[in-house]
Design a protein around this ligand. Structure first.
Ligand SMILES: NC(=O)c1ccc[n+]([C@@H]2O[C@H](COP(=O)([O-])OP(=O)(O)OC[C@H]3O[C@@H](n4cnc5c(N)ncnc54)[C@H](OP(=O)(O)O)[C@@H]3O)[C@@H](O)[C@H]2O)c1
Length: 245
């Protein structure tokens, strides 16, 4: 059994950022990476759910580490029915892909840069060199400069205010996720538990970085749905941020 993530209802986006969904897959011991990427953690059903979630999004965001490790794309896997859902909702066939980077050290021969069947853009910290910026622009994707130390907030504001994005789907990785939680910008967390154990002291969990939280300031989430799949032994969790007031 699997949930249906194609036509989800969300609350309204705040004024200064889109409504933010986060989607990750982990092992049952809570690890998000095996042998350098997420490959092997999720089944084909999990990948299907990722594409269903994309159907709802205006922008798909990744940290540059994920682009370097796994490549990223906002495609719906050539699924005409999913694309049709988007078109009926007045959205383009594919969400816009976005990557955020401080260094500007990006794989310029990756699909993200070479493909022309989807729009893509790079949020580049002003800490990056002019040379890195020029190389990215020459690779054919627009660059939006974002001030050092406030890159994520400014990128989210750009999506909402300049692009009119209502829904952002962040597909990791752990470093970027940690910053989104730190500024309380995750509205929903979609988590697939895969039936494997990775272990390893240095294996990343879905959310990394310095924690700004104490026991009484932990961000709390309410369970929206929980579906167990007897065939894959995966569990698909959907949580929504429970904000006070
Ligand atoms: N299990 C899953 O569902 C899943 C999902 C996604 C990724 N992953 C895995 O996660 C691993 C990558 O982890 P990660 O934590 O390194 O990935 P990440 O969050 O994708 O990338 C980190 C990089 O993003 C950029 N970045 C982050 N915060 C920024 C900011 N405030 N301003 C500007 N740039 C910023 C920096 O890029 P620069 O270094 O270019 O400055 C930083 O090094 C990979 O192995 C990938 O396969 C797993």
């Amino acid at each position: 059994m699997k949930p249906d993530y194609t036509r989800l209802a969300f609350g309204p986006p705040p004024a200064d950022r889109p409504y933010v969904l986060l989607n990750m897959v982990t092992s049952i011991d809570g690890k998000a990476v095996v042998e350098g990427s997420e490959k092997g953690l999720g089944s084909k059903t999990d990948q299907r759910l990722m594409r269903e979630l994309r159907t709802n999004a205006d922008v798909i965001l990744n940290g540059a580490g994920t682009l370097r490790a796994s490549g990223t794309s906002p495609r719906l896997g050539g699924d005409a029915a999913l694309e049709q859902l988007r078109l009926e909702a007045g959205k383009p066939r594919c969400p816009t892909a976005a990557v955020i980077s401080r260094s500007g050290n990006l794989p310029l021969d990756a699909t993200f840069f070479r493909a022309r069947d989807f729009d893509a853009m790079v949020y580049l910290s002003e800490a990056a060199t002019a040379e890195a910026r020029r190389a990215i622009i020459a690779a054919g994707r627009p660059v939006v400069g974002v001030p050092a130390e406030h890159e994520v907030q400014v990128a989210l504001a750009h999506m909402r205010l300049e692009m009119g994005a209502d829904v952002l789907l962040c597909e990791g990785g752990p470093d970027l996720n940690g910053q989104l939680f730190a500024i309380d910008a995750v509205d929903e967390f979609f988590l697939t538990l895969g039936p494997v154990v990775v272990s390893g002291r240095d294996s990343k969990t879905p959310v990394e970085g310095d924690s700004p939280f104490a026991r009484d300031t932990l961000p709390r989430f309410s369970l929206v749905s929980c579906v167990a799949n007897d065939e894959t032994s995966e569990v698909y969790l959907r949580y929504r941020r429970a904000r006070e007031g």
